[in-house]
Design a protein around this ligand. Structure first.
Ligand code: FAD
Ligand code: NAD
Length: 472
């Protein structure tokens, strides 16, 4: 009765948690002929995170960089069940997942538990705040679609409030001071985008205020962008100097208050700096459900940085029933979309090979039964040996191998930086040509033609008419 999940009892069931880079890449390539597939995620869409900072300044429309998960699964051979829900508990012993409807509207049923044969755990990570007071209360983030929309709204509110008649100079300076915390790629790209918005649009629409807007990037470590080569770090810092983005390295945020941020400077002096908008881009930490899952494997999961997996991406301790990919894991690779998507695609291939292996194992089992029961002749034994060899081959599935394509980041003023690996050679390049490469690389990586057209149209609209400064 009611809403039942599509189910074929002869096939194993894969439950996928998440609809981000890892999960979506898996779903794109997974052969659904072999398995019942159920996807559970609190978002019923995939978010193309690399272009999120562009949404925060109105270069791109939020809808242009998302793709409903159902668009991705609808062309599959067998129906995939897509459920908008938040997984709250994984029981690795009973092999079940419990999930809830965490959206605004709740029906009579809002919590349920389903079994899985294989679980693909791809829930990503959340914002790391290190428990620093005031971050969640007063800061904005740059992780989800609504974060970019909130930042855009808040920033424009600050600009309009600064334009309010009679506002004091001191208050105008505070309101127009944007602080970005975290000199990783998220903080750097966002700073670059904010600079473009200021230069290209605010200067025309708010000429009396634009000169007073200040952008500050705060980084606790001695350098921004540690994953890029020294040459590109220097290029970024010099570009930021030209763009009048103040870069404060070796400076740590200690507390965020409603209108000021408490900083510890390199000489350990504590200063309080007024701001209008503060964006927190200080990295990732595991979600509560991930910490709970780790606690269920007291011996196999002891790495505080994330879930550990074997070389086939199976969660250590799970006997091959749980596979973990992307930002929720702790691997030698960085927490990037590039890694998560390669892991997702690998799992899709592996599930195909596992289905083949299981089919051969079934044949072997049947033949073994026959040979044992009927004491069958030599002919069948030869057949059995052949099949057993085939099974050995099918069971030998290659481990995951990550192929690094390079790192790319946008730094404002139509400039990007790229550390590329081409034919095992490294190339470090920065500038306007790299920016064109950055754009073409991202437009081709977008998962659908629909998104490509939407993003390209947004870029064209901004070129023709500028960004929209209205605030809803
Ligand atoms: P995510 O993509 O975060 O997906 C996690 C999914 O799990 C989401 O759909 C989420 O809704 C869902 N979920 C959360 N909780 C639950 C739950 N309890 N139950 C079920 N589902 C759940 N990487 C690059 O390589 N290049 C870039 O240019 C780049 N730019 C970036 C820009 C920004 C602004 C950000 C924030 C990140 C960027 N990254 C980039 C990093 C990249 O986005 C991540 O590494 C990637 O998203 C990781 O993929 P994932 O599948 O592990 O997690
Ligand atoms: P990150 O972890 O790369 O950088 C966060 C930075 O914040 C660190 O440099 C850290 O020192 C700093 N920080 C932490 N606490 C601080 C404090 N209290 N005060 C001041 N500074 C503080 O985080 P990210 O930039 O969000 O990136 C997350 C992941 O996503 C990374 O793996 C990154 O490679 C990936 N990513 C890649 C791209 C790209 O390739 N273009 C873009 C965005 C994100």
């Amino acid at each position: 009765p009611g809403n039942q999940l599509p189910f074929d009892s002869t096939k194993k069931t894969i439950v996928v948690l998440g609809s981000g880079w890892g999960a979506t890449s898996l779903l794109k390539s997974l052969d659904t002929e072999d398995y019942n597939v159920i996807v559970i995620s609190p978002k019923n869409y995939f978010l193309f995170t690399p272009l999120l900072p562009s949404v925060a300044v109105g270069t791109l429309n939020p809808r242009s960089i998302i793709q409903p998960t159902r668009y991705i699964t609808r062309h599959k051979k067998r129906m995939v069940s897509v459920i908008e829900g938040t997984a709250t508990e994984v029981d690795p012993t009973a092999k079940t997942v419990t999930f809830t409807d965490s959206s605004e509207i709740q029906g009579a049923i809002s919590k349920t538990t389903i079994p899985y044969d294989y679980l693909v755990y791809a829930v990503g990570a959340e914002n790391q705040t290190f428990g620093i007071p005031g971050v969640r209360e007063y800061g904005c983030f740059m992780k989800e679609l609504h974060d970019a929309e909130t930042l855009q709204r808040r920033f424009m509110d600050c600009v309009e409030t600064a334009a309010f008649p009679g506002q004091s100079e001191e208050e105008i300076d505070r309101l127009l001071h944007v602080i970005v915390v975290g000199g990783g790629p998220t903080g750097v790209e966002l700073s670059g985008e904010l600079h473009d918005f200021l230069e290209d649009d605010l200067k025309s629409w708010y000429p009396e205020l634009a000169g007073k807007v200040r952008l500050t990037l705060v980084e606790a470590m001695p350098s921004v962008l540690p994953m890029f080569s020294k040459k590109l770090i220097d290029y970024t810092v010099s570009t930021f100097n030209e763009e009048k983005i103040e870069v404060l390295t070796k400076t740590m945020v200690k507390e965020v208050k409603e209108k000021t941020v408490v900083l510890q400077r390199p000489d350990k002096e504590i200063v309080e700096v007024p701001y209008g908008v503060l964006v927190w881009a200080a990295g990732n930490v595991g979600r509560q459900i991930t910490r709970d899952l780790m606690a269920k494997f007291t011996e196999a999961q002891t790495n505080k940085r994330g879930l550990t997996v074997d070389d086939h991406l199976a969660l250590n301790g799970s006997n091959g029933s749980i596979y973990a990919i992307g930002d929720c894991t702790s691997t030698p690779y960085a927490a990037t979309a590039q890694v998560a998507s390669q892991e997702g695609a690998y799992l899709a291939r592996m599930f195909k090979l596992m289905a083949k292996r299981d089919a051969v194992a079934e044949q072997v089992y049947k033949l073994q039964q026959e040979v044992t029961l009927r004491g069958d002749g030599e002919g069948r034994k030869g057949e059995l040996e052949k099949l057993e060899k085939a099974l050995e081959k099918a069971a030998n599935i290659r481990p995951f191998h990550y192929s690094h394509q390079g790192s790319l980041a946008y730094i404002g003023s139509d400039k990007a930086i790229a550390d590329l690996t081409i034919f095992k050679e490294n190339f470090a390049t920065g500038g306007v040509a790299t920016f064109l490469f950055w754009r073409s690389a991202y437009i081709s990586t977008l998962f659908s033609l629909r998104n490509r057209i939407l993003v390209a149209t947004d870029w064209l609209k901004v070129k023709l008419f500028g960004r929209d400064v209205s605030r809803d």
